[in-house]
Write a protein that binds this ligand. Structure first.
Ligand code: ADP
Ligand code: TYD
Length: 213
């Protein structure tokens, strides 16, 4: 099973991905969390270029292709082999982030993003995407409280993030059977309980589909 977490910076994706992983582990469901950009040696190198090299000039198209390159490597090197081995993979961001940040945020046409993402991933779609929704002010406050310094993407203007938020909303609206929107403002335990419940349901449904005559 392939599960993705999406949402703006500081919304709680990593927290929820790890919570879910622990819960599944405790139930004997083998799983691994991988992050984007990153997750492989190449991907971590690309991550460094994209987020922490303020000396580099990176155009929107180059930025999108670098995120896509990291994604292509992650799918080929880790995600596909783990899925083939029967592991559940939990993605901390996937190509919906490119739709939201590079599409809605930077203005790259969405159909181009979709076409390149299909190429980069071989068309691999998650079984479920949890969109952790949180307002910008709370997300920024949380990031400050956690002592996180803004990376190159996080230095963008407020308007950019408003576009990103509406991009994620659009993704969810377009694909309502795949997306589950969760309230990032609710307590961590409440959110993770809901996510866990949903994943168990989907695992059950997948098993029933497989066993159906
Ligand atoms: P993201 O991966 O989306 O950037 P994180 O999971 O790293 O977000 O969370 C950002 C900060 O907010 C962390 O300090 C985390 O402990 C805190 N946090 C996450 N979820 C919640 C929540 N539901 N309520 C309050 N604080 C939260
Ligand atoms: P990261 O620290 O992993 O995310 P978060 O701050 O939510 O914990 O940073 C990844 C940054 O890269 C984040 O600002 C979103 C951005 N990004 C894109 O712009 N496009 C993409 O396709 C991906 C995967 C990430």
């Amino acid at each position: 099973m392939l599960i993705a977490f999406e949402g703006i910076d500081g919304s709680g994706k990593t927290t929820q991905a790890i919570e879910l992983s622990k819960r599944l582990e405790a139930e004997g469901i083998p799983n691994e969390v991988v992050r984007e950009p990153g997750g492989t040696r190449l991907g971590e190198g690309v991550r460094e270029l994209l987020l922490h090299r303020s000396d580099l000039k990176i155009s929107p198209v180059a930025e999108f292709l670098l995120f896509s390159a990291s994604r292509a490597q992650l799918v080929e090197e880790k995600v596909n082999p783990m899925l083939r081995a029967g592991k559940t993979v939990i993605l901390d961001r996937y190509f919906y982030s490119s739709i939201a940040y590079q599409g809605f945020g930077r203005g790259i046409p969405i159909d181009e993003i979709e076409a390149v993402s299909r190429f980069a991933t071989g068309g691999l779609l998650p079984d479920v995407v949890f969109l952790v929704e949180l307002d910008l002010e709370t997300a920024m406050r949380r990031r400050e409280n956690a002592g996180r310094r803004a990376d190159r993407m996080e230095e963008a203007e407020v308007n950019f993030f408003k576009e990103v938020i509406s991009g994620f909303k659009e993704c969810a609206r377009h694909d309502p059977t795949r997306f589950i929107v969760v309230d990032g403002k609710a307590p961590i335990g409440k959110v993770s309980e809901r996510i866990h419940g949903n994943v168990l349901n989907r695992i059950k449904n997948l098993a029933e589909e497989r066993n159906a005559p």
